[in-house]
Design a binder for this molecule. Structure first.
Ligand SMILES: NC(=O)c1ccc[n+]([C@@H]2O[C@H](COP(=O)([O-])OP(=O)(O)OC[C@H]3O[C@@H](n4cnc5c(N)ncnc54)[C@H](O)[C@@H]3O)[C@@H](O)[C@H]2O)c1
Length: 347
């Protein structure tokens, strides 16, 4: 299909029939609020992953026509793929003449376990992959959104970190395949925006978690790792002294900010932090998860990770005012829902 999938809005009119006693049927057309079904189309790379799944579910519920391109490299095939147009492909090899209203580029290897073992694939999805998605958006005249990362700040010296902080990143360290390719993508997106006047949105998520987050291995993301270890009564492995902090954002909060940012007709800032401003040390997090799972696990310390930032905290001043949004789910509440989901999975 070469035409942009229509952006039709269907207006449903309700006609009510009333029978009043023995009199003829009276037909009343009631002007109750019209139901608008948005038939916009959206292309999502990495739509089968953790963030993608929740986003796709949301788009489907809003009536969007959804297309996913995902090579299933870091995710297991999900039920949602039956409800959308799905291309099982590497983003770098994706090519289409189809037109979309929105293009969202999520495909990447976001877990340290992946990017340390597959640094080349990591760089390519955030460089060549970004270009493919940008070109698709440009040809469609679509709004383009990219999930960059708080990792672009590296080991930040300004905390909480605002969008204006340029970052302190090791350009060739073990994490550079991820950090630097996210930074490169941001630069490429802004080049497209300046040269082609495209509508672009760059978000920098800070440690999003919730149901469906991947059960990573020992080097993976900290919340699923701790929950899995606690549920299996294994030692919780804290890298280094555990005094490094993170700020965690529950998936529902991420989703509400993302939808507002993407669907806004115009934005004051094209780059936004999407995170939480409440910090917790990794050691406190481990203790909380042991307590909430009522686990017999011990907390042990392993070697600190190379280039692991000491603190991570989002300055949310701009996003709060631009999107009229704030995170509302506490860490305890979010963990409760996440632990419940992990328990259901293991039953
Ligand atoms: N979850 C977070 O806390 C977080 C934080 C910062 C940034 N991000 C960014 O958000 C995006 C989504 O993260 P996630 O947590 O959902 O990760 P995820 O691993 O759950 O999902 C990524 C998806 O992309 C697919 N994929 C990977 N490389 C691909 C390629 N080359 N071609 C096609 N598909 C490919 C995977 O199969 C997977 O389905 C990533 O770009 C990540 O860097 C996430």
């Amino acid at each position: 299909m070469t035409l942009k999938r229509n952006k039709a809005k269907f207006r449903l009119k309700f006609i009510y029939c009333l029978q009043l006693g023995a009199k003829p049927i009276v037909i009343i057309s009631i002007l109750i609020p019209h139901l608008d079904i948005d038939m916009s189309s959206v292309l999502i790379s990495g739509g089968n992953g953790f963030l993608g799944y929740h986003l796709v579910e949301k788009f489907i519920s809003k009536g969007f026509d959804v297309t996913i391109v995902d090579d299933l490299s870091t995710s297991k095939r999900s039920d949602l793929l039956e409800k959308v147009t799905f291309y099982n492909k590497r983003i770098e090899d994706f090519n289409t003449d189809e037109k979309f209203d929105y293009v969202v580029h999520l495909a990447a290897r976001p877990s340290p376990e992946d990017y340390i073992s597959s640094p080349v694939e990591t760089i390519l999805s955030n460089s060549y992959g970004t270009r493919v998605m940008l070109e698709t958006a440009r040809k469609s005249n679509a709004t383009f959104m990219y999930t960059s990362s708080s990792e672009v700040y590296g080991n930040a010296s300004v905390l909480p970190t605002p969008e204006t902080y340029y970052g302190y990143v090791n350009p060739n360290g073990i994490r550079s395949c991820y950090d630097e390719s996210k930074r490169f993508s941001e630069a490429m997106i802004m080049a497209y925006r300046r040269q082609y006047n495209m509508k672009v949105r760059i978000q920098r998520p800070f440690n999003v978690y919730g149901p469906r987050i991947r059960e990573d291995g020992i080097y993976g993301r900290v919340i699923p790792r701790f929950i899995m270890q606690a549920l299996e009564n294994k030692d919780l492995t804290v890298h280094g002294d555990g005094l490094q902090t993170r700020s965690f954002l529950y998936i529902e909060d991420w989703l509400s900010a993302t939808m507002k940012f993407l669907l806004a007709n115009s934005v004051s800032h094209e780059v936004l932090n999407i995170g939480s401003d409440s910090e917790i040390t990794v050691f406190e997090l481990a203790k909380l998860i042991v307590e909430m799972t009522k686990s017999g696990s011990k907390i042990v310390h392993t070697e600190a990770r190379e280039d692991d930032p000491r603190r991570r905290s989002a300055d949310l001043t701009i996003v709060k005012s631009d999107l009229d949004w704030s995170p509302v789910v506490s860490v305890r509440e979010g963990l409760q829902k996440t632990i419940k989901w992990f328990r259901m999975r293991s039953e």
